[in-house]
Write a protein that binds this ligand. Structure first.
Ligand code: AMP
Length: 238
């Protein structure tokens, strides 16, 4: 995949239920456009693992599959988006997850627009792509999800055979089931998505910013469609 670093893309928001493929697509977008992958779930898990004050504040809510407080997440995202590597754009995975977070992001981008590359403003700033996936398909994907604790690669044992059962194809580490990928927690996370995050899609739809891509398609097809949407929104290749 050729990395493209000349163009300013702006923040790309990937919306979609847990298991919709946001993490996979976000990594591909990051590689293709040379912009950082900002996953609030990964950032929060890192805080929990390091035992920071934020980590201690969010640990319980995360293990129950609930959302953590808007102000904690927004402060964390603010610090991340202010880092120099986000100036040309970033791909946001798992944020915003509530309408309050979406409103905060709009205000933040408006206030801090001097930080971001000016050429982005004429191209509409924020690109919002929703990955739409059928509920049963989401359940199937999430219950098969395994993560490599060493390299972070995500597998699905229902969908892709591993070279050695239970081990990472790349480095051989024993794959783990994330705490919040247990079935009862998965059902709660999907319910939370319906209740709190589906309205975010509606928020962007009303603003005319939402594009939906069929996330039930094969992963490479989804990627092609997502790239097309980003290229279109960012004004084609320059
Ligand atoms: P994810 O890896 O994106 O599924 O996130 C894992 C967990 O982190 C979620 O179930 C929430 O507890 C928490 N989390 C991640 N992003 C957010 C967010 N934007 N707002 C609130 N909680 C979040």
């Amino acid at each position: 995949m050729v990395e493209e670093t000349s163009r300013s893309i702006g923040p790309v928001v990937l919306l979609g239920a847990p298991g919709a493929g946001k993490g996979t697509q976000a990594k591909r977008i990051a590689a293709r456009y040379g912009i950082p992958h900002v996953s609030t779930g990964d950032l929060l898990r890192d805080h929990v693992q390091r035992g920071t004050t934020l980590g201690q504040q969010v640990r319980e809510a995360m293990s129950r599959g609930e959302l953590v407080s808007d102000h904690l997440v927004c402060d964390m995202v603010k610090d991340r988006l202010r880092q120099a590597d986000c100036a040309r754009g970033s791909v946001m995975d798992g944020f915003p997850r509530t309408v309050a977070q979406a409103r905060w992001l709009d205000m933040f981008l408006e206030r801090e627009c001097g930080f971001f590359d000016k050429s982005m403003s004429s191209k509409g700033w924020l690109i919002v792509i929703q990955l739409a996936v059928d509920y049963n398909q989401l359940l199937h994907r999430l219950t098969g999800r395994r993560t490599c604790p060493s390299c972070g690669r995500i597998y699905n044992v229902h969908l892709q055979p591993l070279r050695v059962a239970g081990a990472c194809d790349l480095d051989g580490s024993t794959l783990v089931i994330r705490d919040d990928d247990r079935e009862e927690v998965i059902r709660e996370r999907l319910a939370v998505y319906e209740r709190q995050t589906q309205p975010v899609a509606e928020y962007y739809r009303r603003k005319g910013r939402l594009t939906t891509v069929d996330g039930d398609l094969a992963v490479d097809e989804v990627t092609n469609k997502v790239f097309c949407e980003i290229d279109r929104a960012a004004g084609g290749s320059t």
